[in-house]
Design a protein around this ligand. Structure first.
Ligand code: PRP
Ligand code: ZN
Length: 283
């Protein structure tokens, strides 16, 4: 049994549950229990506030956790990062009232900056040699300048909508963040094996992202040309059709290259082209 801490609500919650689901780990979600079990995998889900996840994993209250890299860094977490998950992307930025003129980071010299991320901000300012006052507040950071609590803010920016609706503009980015899977240092062998199994599944899901499965009928004498257009995982699969001189060809392609490849395949006589969604790629 392995216990995974997830954000109980907020931006990473749904995508974390979605990823586990794609990895074949369904979680009962009927009632909002703080501890949930999975029917499919020896896993237990512990729902926590995002701020509490790094320490819970560090101390082994949970064996694994999914949390923003920003929270991990802010808590100076000693849990290990097992995998970067690529979702929940955001940045930690400095923003000032939009009417202010801005040159460079020396603007912040002697200013008061409101944030929920004092550790990351302090390091950023120290690296630049800027002395500024940090006003630590737990939430609603973006209203601080308007109410006279601070001159500027340092906060999470994703779409930028919150800044715009509070009359602020982003002027410096200190770090880029995304969801990460973290693990208690020195997991026992049995738990380590479950983590490896989970990582294998997550990687299979990730590998299939942006990929499509394509199949078509092609005159058999054009197969070498078609194969050159479609480099598959290893090589494309070719099956003979009942009709003499024709074959069926299957391959995995990158979605971004799909339309260009289809045009070239049609030009060499490919017909009845099907493009299918690809769910998982086990290599
Ligand atoms: C963050 C941040 C901003 C908002 C920015 O809050 O504090 O309020 O997101 O996102 P946007 O650029 O897309 O508008 P979050 O929703 O993560 O809640 P929290 O600060 O309470 O954790
Ligand atoms: Zn938060």
């Amino acid at each position: 049994m392995i216990r995974i801490a997830l954000q109980s609500k907020g931006r990473l919650n749904e995508e974390s549950i979605g990823l586990l689901h794609e990895a074949g780990i369904g979680i009962e979600s009927s009632r909002r229990k703080l501890l949930a079990r999975s029917e499919d995998f020896p896993v237990e889900i512990l729902y926590l506030r995002d701020d509490d996840i790094p320490h819970a994993v560090e101390r082994g209250v949970a064996d694994l956790g999914i949390v923003g890299l920003n929270e991990y860094e802010e808590r100076r977490c000693r849990a290990t990062i097992a995998h970067r998950l690529g979702f929940g992307k955001c940045r930690l930025s400095l923003a000032i009232p939009k009417g202010e003129t801005y040159g460079d980071a020396t603007y912040f010299e002697g200013k008061r900056i409101a944030t929920s991320y004092p550790v990351i901000l302090r390091k950023y300012l120290d690296d630049k040699g800027i002395r500024a006052e940090i006003e630590e507040i737990a939430g609603s950071v973006e209203i601080a300048p308007a109410v006279g609590l601070a001159d500027a803010i340092f906060d999470i920016v994703s779409s930028g909508g919150t800044l715009v609706s509070n009359g602020l503009k982003e002027v410096e980015t200190a770090m880029h963040s995304e969801a990460v899977l973290i693990a208690t240092p020195g997991l026992a062998a049995e738990k380590r094996a479950l983590l490896d199994q989970l990582l294998f599944r997550i990687e299979s899901v990730e590998r299939s992202r942006g990929k499509k499965y394509i199949l078509m009928n092609i005159p058999s004498d054009r197969i070498p040309e078609a194969a050159a257009i479609l480099p598959g995982v290893k090589s494309p699969t070719i099956l003979p059709l009942a009709e003499e001189g024709w074959s069926s060809m299957h391959a995995v392609v990158d979605e971004r290259e799909l339309w260009g490849q289809i045009e070239r395949l049609k030009a060499i006589g490919a017909e009845d082209i099907l493009v299918l969604a690809l769910e998982k790629m086990i290599l």
